[in-house]
Write a protein that binds this ligand. Structure first.
Ligand code: NAD
Length: 351
């Protein structure tokens, strides 16, 4: 257990670092020291350091890891760099929280898990949905056996007009894909977490790019359609080793009814559930009943991102165990890779 303040470094000084990780660490300022921040765009690192009180800024994360003696690192760079950056930080002896998705392939996630095991350090991920009260409660219901055997469900992460035009979210080479790996991964992880992270066995995936690579003459955010290389839509049917199945629908842009829908629906032999708002569908005393919460807590610290960072600091201090772990990261990364592979091959793919 660390007696002193946890010495923090951040790699990538963009949106998620400034919107979630830095505010998260500041909220537990009595337990951490903001030591250094690195970004390939050096002025961005310097500005973030000045704005938030880091002692030093670097253009190279390798130099930061070599020169600073850090206890813990947040990896907040585009998806393609999650594995090399997280592995370098683990090899430098740091505990790591890496943003979602864990990696762009199963092999990368496996290499990260192996590096964490070799280093004996915490490796956890930015799956902040797990700190939402709905997800926490659904997991407690599931552990209690409230749903019986969960055997099918539906995961939605759909936006009608929601292409992220900033950063590199429309660049397949840097991100590994579009809505599936960017937003679908949150809902899919929350769903698997409630289900107890069953082993996926095979998938049928489809992707469509029909609108995002065309001039945006339609309603919506602006984005550079000429550099748009990700899918608009990714849908999949996932089968698990125990026979359960999930339908997954994700989109950045599609002609669908909801403006935005992020949800998980699961059906079990005893009851079913919807995550948002948390609703349990059951049968009691001759009635079909829908249960909802009359009150639910707020996430610790105010929102799920802040709760996640506070929890990571507790894990680094040896006071808690990570809520999302490397073995699950390997599973979800292999699953996402298989969905994209199936979409490309047109075949059912083994996971
Ligand atoms: N948990 C969430 O809800 C959530 C939300 C947004 C983004 N994210 C994830 O966070 C990551 C970053 O997204 P963002 O929105 O902050 O993007 P961003 O583009 O705003 O920031 C990324 C930063 O990383 C820097 N960078 C790129 N390569 C680097 C390298 N090799 N070394 C150091 N810095 C490097 C870029 O210059 C940029 O400043 C992505 O993996 C994304 O999926 C998670």
């Amino acid at each position: 257990m660390l007696a002193d303040k946890v010495r923090i470094g951040i790699i990538g000084a963009g949106g998620i670092a400034q919107g979630a990780h830095i505010p998260g660490y500041k909220r537990v300022a009595d337990q951490v020291e903001l030591v250094a921040i690195a970004d390939v765009v050096e002025p961005k690192a310097r500005q973030a350091a000045a704005d938030h009180g880091f002692r030093t800024a670097y253009a190279s994360y390798e130099e930061m890891l070599a020169k600073e003696s850090l206890d813990a690192v947040s990896v907040c760079v585009p998806n393609k760099f999650h594995a090399p950056v997280a592995i370098a930080a683990l090899q430098a002896g740091c505990h790591v929280i890496c943003e979602k998705p864990p990696a762009t392939t199963g092999a990368e996630a496996r290499a990260m898990a192996d590096a964490a095991a070799r280093a004996g350090r915490v490796l956890t991920f930015g799956f902040h949905f797990r700190f939402m009260p709905e997800v926490e409660a659904a997991r407690r219901f599931a552990e209690d056996g409230a749903f019986g055997e969960i055997y099918f469900g539906r995961v939605t992460a759909q936006r009608r007009r929601g292409i992220p035009g900033w950063g590199v979210f429309t660049n397949k080479e840097l991100q590994g894909g579009g809505p599936l790996i960017d937003i679908g991964v949150h809902a899919l992880d929350a769903c698997l977490y409630v289900m107890g992270y069953p082993d996926p066995s095979e998938v049928l995936g489809v992707t469509y790019t029909k609108l995002g690579d065309k001039a945006p003459t339609i309603v919506g955010r602006s984005w550079n359609y000429k550099d748009y290389t990700v899918e608009d839509v990714c849908n999949a049917l996932i089968r698990f080793a125990d026979g359960a199945t999930l339908m997954l629908e994700s989109s950045f842009i599609a002609n669908i009814e909801p403006t935005e829908e992020m949800n998980v629906r699961l059906s079990g032999t005893r009851a079913g559930l919807k995550l948002f708002p948390l609703t349990i569908f059951g049968e009691e005393h001759g009635l079909l009943v829908n249960k909802t919460a009359a009150w639910q807590p707020r996430p610790a610290g105010g929102n799920a991102h802040l709760a996640e960072i506070a929890h990571f600091v507790r894990c680094v201090r040896g006071e808690a165990t990570p809520r999302s772990n490397a073995a699950e990261a390997v599973k979800i990364s292999r699953l996402i890779e298989a969905i994209y592979k199936s979409a490309a091959s047109g075949q059912l793919e083994k996971v």
